[in-house]
Design a protein around this ligand. Structure first.
Ligand code: NAD
Ligand code: MG
Length: 392
């Protein structure tokens, strides 16, 4: 029986994870459920999944959670605060951790799971974008496996022999990440000036949380995924190509030296990646309808428009700049996306903020977590300064 800690249980990935777990009660148990602040949703999940431990990251809500769990007749341990989430990720109650917290807030728990040798199902791409070398070191130290959940990286993992081999030894020429293009594919910069948050989060293919939905609309999501692929598969920036594929049926491809190109296809449903990663190396039912290519229509592919969607180019630039530039990029983007969702920044301003902050904070070497967290803070402060200068 795999004992799974679902960090970010009340989110979109959390829901897909729990759906797969519920389909296989003899194989998996959700032993730890953690969320940020939605107490009632967490309680409802605890009633259904009966974890050994429920964690709420907002410590002020711990007592309310305990009371409501008691009232609902759930007998499990309760903890509160970010440190409790991190402790749960490395603790004895789980052997598998689904890292599905959104943003840099997921960093410490992801690292803790890696260091403790858990099987790490990595959805929280911001943690690897921010701290790639440190996360890889933590994985080596812990000796556990990492199976990517991001659909593109999960696809690449499936197309490579043994998941994450040395690419040169495996005869890989390049990695091709597909991108849906988001809701604004084909639009010009002028079209995008007045985009509202509601328009930006209405993704044509995937149903996801608000932050990643905005990232998909700006193509920053693809930029973060290029950086994620660089670290996960040790691929040079020049060996990673982005290809827009609006149907989102080909989840990514690996091109080999002999001209072979292997792709992973499926309906756009995160339960496929989650079922793959939970059961790896076995295969299990995920609840995803079979892909019917005869009725799927045309599969289209095109190059991305990086002049309109500047965030993708900025992410490549940060990756090439090296050091902690990708952490700066991520922090500035998180602040800018929050401002956009809050109605204080226009859509095109997201790229402007990220670009300005990258220019203000030239890269420094990645040394350790405290330094990185301080740089993340400095980048957030810089982003807020730029926001207040330009937009208030
Ligand atoms: P979401 O907004 O739906 O859910 C986020 C979850 O994180 C919630 O459960 C929330 O309670 C929790 N959370 C937020 N801040 C927290 C904090 N400070 N401490 C503890 N928990 C906190 O987001 P999502 O769409 O499920 O995405 C989660 C992660 O997975 C993101 O990093 C995203 O990029 C990645 N991802 C998501 C998808 C998808 O299809 N949704 C696909 C690929 C990758
Ligand atoms: Mg993805």
């Amino acid at each position: 029986m795999r004992r799974v800690a679902v960090l970010g249980a009340t989110g979109s990935i959390g829901a897909s994870t729990l759906d797969v777990i519920a389909r296989h009660p003899a194989r998996f148990t959700a032993s730890v459920l953690a969320a940020h602040s939605k107490v009632d949703e967490l309680v409802a999940l605890c009633v259904r999944f009966r974890p050994r431990l429920a964690v709420i990251a907002d410590a002020a809500l711990e007592n309310e959670l305990a009371r409501k769990l008691r009232h609902a007749g759930v007998d499990c341990a309760v903890a509160g605060g970010p440190d409790a989430v991190t402790a749960a990720a490395s603790g004895e109650l789980c052997d598998t951790v689904v890292a599905a917290i959104v943003g840099a807030a997921g960093l410490e728990s992801t690292l803790a799971a890696a260091r403790a040798g858990k099987r790490l199902l990595l959805a929280n791409k911001e943690s690897i974008v921010m701290a790639g070398p440190l996360l890889l070191a933590a994985l080596r130290e812990g000796g556990g496996d990492l199976v990517p959940i991001d659909s593109e990286h999960n696809a690449i993992f499936q197309c490579l022999p043994g998941g994450r081999p040395a690419l040169a030894a495996a005869g890989v020429r390049r990695i091709i990440l597909t991108a849906s293009g988001g809701p604004f594919r084909g639009r010009t910069r002028a079209d995008l000036a007045a985009i509202t948050p509601a328009q930006a989060v209405a993704h044509p293919r995937w149903s996801m949380g608000p932050k990643i939905s905005v990232d998909s609309a700006t193509l920053m999501n693809k930029g973060l995924e290029v950086i994620e692929a660089h670290y996960l598969f040790n691929a040079a920036p020049d060996d990673i190509q982005v290809l827009v594929h609006p149907q989102s049926l080909v989840h990514s491809l690996v091109e080999y030296l002999d001209g072979s190109v292997l792709a992973q296809l499926g309906n756009p449903d995160m339960r496929t990646a989650l079922a793959h990663a939970l059961a790896y190396p076995e295969r299990i039912e995920a609840g995803v309808p079979p892909l019917d290519l005869a009725t799927a229509g045309k599969l289209e592919f095109e190059d991305p428009d990086t002049e309109t969607f500047r965030c993708l180019a900025l992410a490549f630039a940060a990756l090439r700049a090296g050091g902690d530039a990708t952490a700066i990029l991520n922090a500035a983007n998180e602040v800018a996306v929050a401002a956009f969702l809050g109605g204080t920044l226009h859509f095109l301003g997201i790229a402007d903020i990220v670009e300005t902050v990258l220019a203000e904070l030239p890269p420094e070497p990645v040394v350790d977590i405290p330094t990185l967290v301080a740089r993340d803070g400095a980048a957030r402060a810089a982003a807020r300064r730029v926001l207040s200068r330009a937009y208030c």
